[in-house]
Each structure stands twice: as structure tokens, then as C-alpha cells.
Design a protein around this ligand. Structure first.
Ligand code: GLP
Length: 244
């Protein structure tokens, strides 16, 4: 694993955007695995800026997102589909039919997950998969469990995740309790993984995930087995990791 240290959120965003920039430049028809949450917002801003300057072309790009809340329509401002349009898709020349997320409107979990697995198979391996990390070590919405779920599945969100994500909703009661998420195998299939993390709040979990035992109780720890992981994080987030 390579670790890139940055001073603050803006520098994390620029450095991570540079990595995505080079993947897109080398392979204009690349498959980008995308993430939501607060960590990637600055990266998307930076990619939009580079697009507006004429340095990036999204016309041949395919995107697959990690996850979506079950029960939210894509027009719901809290849905990840809406987030992706707001933060990236509506600002660049990506073809909407080449942007994919699990379908939060599909009430039948099995149907929703099978459909997304099929989409992932058709898209092919992600050239790069962007990831944030939850305070409990979740990636996508793969919560701590007794095994590593392989493919897209429906999860019951952990209390701590509902708490953490409540800041994006008007009240805690509005946070959906379930989500569809890519499985660990879907994430590990990516040719390259790019994780971003900011702030003191992520320091403990980063240490556990990358310098502790590999366990499904800390889903991100599986990334220790991936041959090509880059972690871009600020000094605070790296403060508990040894030799950083
Ligand atoms: C959500 C998302 C994850 C994300 C995590 C951390 O739970 N499903 O993909 O990594 O939040 O979010 P943040 O970057 O806001 O800390």
C-alpha cells in the first residue's frame, strides 16, 4: 500500500483527483468506481474544474457507484444518485446512461442486487475504485460482520452509521435503515483502490484497518490483501498510524 500524506482536506482532494485524472487520461474509456459521503466532494469539485479547463473528457467513461439507500428515489435529495448528479455528473460531459448506482426504488432486495451485479459484470473491472471509510471501518456500506459479503447485497445499517449519516438529513428518523451496496469481492475486483480520509475522527480506524488484523469486523482491513491500494489522507487522519 502507498500512503500519500496531505496537509488538509483541499490537498487530499487535489492529490486524489490527480490520480483519477491520470487514469482517465491514460484510458479515456475507463470504468470509475465512485463513492459518496463528505470525503469525495472536494475530489469531484477538482475533477469538474479540470473538465471546465478542457483537460478532462468524460464522454467515454463508465461509472459504477458503491451503494445507494434502499427506499430512496433517485430524485430524493438524500439519495446517492442525486448526490452524484449534484456533485459531478451534471457538471461534466458524462453520458447518463453510462452512470450506474444500485436502484434504491426497487423494494425487492434480491432483484435490486442481482440487477446491480449484472451491471457490474457488464461494466467490467473498475480501473480505479474511490473509497471513503466509515468510523466502524465500513467501505461502501459493508458493515462489520462475521464474514466478507462477496457481491451486491442489502444491509441493515449499523447504529453508528445511521448516527454519522444523520448530519445529511433533517432528522435521525429520516435516515434509511437499509442500503444496497457492492460486496467486498466487487470492490476488491478493482485494478486500483484509492481511499481518502480526513480528520482526527478517522485516525483510529485507519490504524486498525491497515495495521491491524484482517477481519470482517473491520471490513476495510481486507484492503491489505489488494495489490494496488493508495491511501491519501491528511496528517490528522494518519496521526495514529506507525511510520507515517
Ligand atoms: C457513507 C458511505 C461510505 C463513506 C462513509 C464515510 O456511509 N456509504 O461510502 O465512505 O459514509 O463518509 P464520510 O466521507 O462522510 O466520512
Amino acid at each position: 500500500m502507498r500512503i500519500i500524506k496531505a496537509r488538509d482536506y483541499d490537498e487530499v482532494s487535489r492529490k486524489a483527483a490527480n490520480i483519477i485524472f491520470s487514469v482517465m487520461t491514460e484510458k479515456p474509456d475507463c470504468v470509475l468506481g465512485l463513492a459518496t459521503g463528505s470525503s469525495p466532494v472536494g475530489i469531484y469539485k477538482e475533477l469538474v474544474r479540470r473538465y471546465e479547463e478542457g483537460d478532462l473528457d468524460f464522454s467515454k467513461v463508465t461509472t459504477v457507484n458503491l451503494d445507494e439507500y434502499k427506499g430512496l428515489d433517485r430524485e430524493d435529495p438524500q439519495s446517492y444518485a442525486y448526490y452524484m448528479r449534484e456533485n459531478l455528473f451534471s457538471h461534466v460531459n458524462i453520458r447518463s446512461e453510462k452512470t450506474f448506482l444500485p436502484d434504491g426504488r426497487e423494494a425487492d432486495s434480491q432483484k435490486a442486487c442481482e440487477a446491480y451485479n449484472q451491471i457490474l459484470r457488464q461494466a467490467g473491472r473498475q480501473d480505479i475504485q474511490l473509497l471513503g471509510i466509515g468510523h466502524d471501518g465500513h467501505i461502501g456500506f459493508n458493515e462489520p460482520a462475521d464474514h466478507f459479503p462477496k457481491e451486491t447485497h442489502c444491509v441493515d445499517l449499523a447504529e453508528s452509521t445511521i448516527e454519522a449519516n444523520a448530519r445529511f438529513f433533517e432528522s435521525r428518523e429520516q435516515v434509511p435503515t437499509q442500503a444496497y451496496t457492492m460486496g467486498i469481492q466487487n470492490i476488491m475486483a478493482a485494478k486500483q483502490i484509492l481511499m481518502v480520509a480526513n480528520g482526527k475522527g478517522k485516525a483510529k480506524i485507519l490504524k486498525e484497518a491497515f495495521q491491524g488484523p484482517i477481519t470482517p469486523q473491520i471490513p476495510a482491513s481486507i484492503l491489505q490483501l489488494h495489490p494496488n491500494v493508495i491511501l491519501v489522507a491528511d496528517e490528522e487522519a494518519l496521526s495514529e498510524m506507525e511510520s507515517c
